[in-house]
Ligand binder design. Structure first.
Ligand SMILES: [Mg+2]
Length: 122
């Protein structure tokens, strides 16, 4: 969990190098400019908005044959990861927590033969 001391330390750093999912989460925390419920809403809208930017590039590729580079998509995916990390921090976890839970969930589904299908808790 990220402490207030960690946040202050990372606000003074421009970039944690080398970084890990945990130090990235601390770095993200240093970039957050909202608090409380405003933060929750801003981070959520940011996540959805950035995911929409990824979808928009794919839509324009299909509809208009608009080309983009892998780097263009990677930059947008970085924005998605930023807001996903910000939200995980809000809920007292971090990027490592997201990765761990996702691996655990998908490995479990694969083992139980339910990787296909729908439902959050299958
Ligand atoms: Mg973006």
């Amino acid at each position: 969990m990220i402490s207030g001391e960690d946040i202050e330390a990372f606000k003074s750093m421009s970039y944690p190098e080398p970084y890990t999912p945990v130090t990235y989460s601390q770095w993200v925390e240093g970039k957050i400019v909202t608090e409380g419920q405003t933060r929750l809403i801003e981070n959520t809208l940011g996540l959805v908005g950035e995911a929409g930017e990824v979808a928009e590039k794919i839509k324009k590729l299909l509809r208009d044959d608009t080309r983009f580079t892998g780097d263009d998509i990677i930059k947008e995916l970085g924005d998605v990861v930023f807001y996903a990390t910000a939200l995980s921090n809000y809920f007292k976890s971090d990027l490592q927590g997201i990765l761990d839970k996702n691996i655990e969930k998908l490995d479990s589904r694969e083992l139980r033969g339910v990787i296909k299908g729908s439902g959050d808790n299958r």
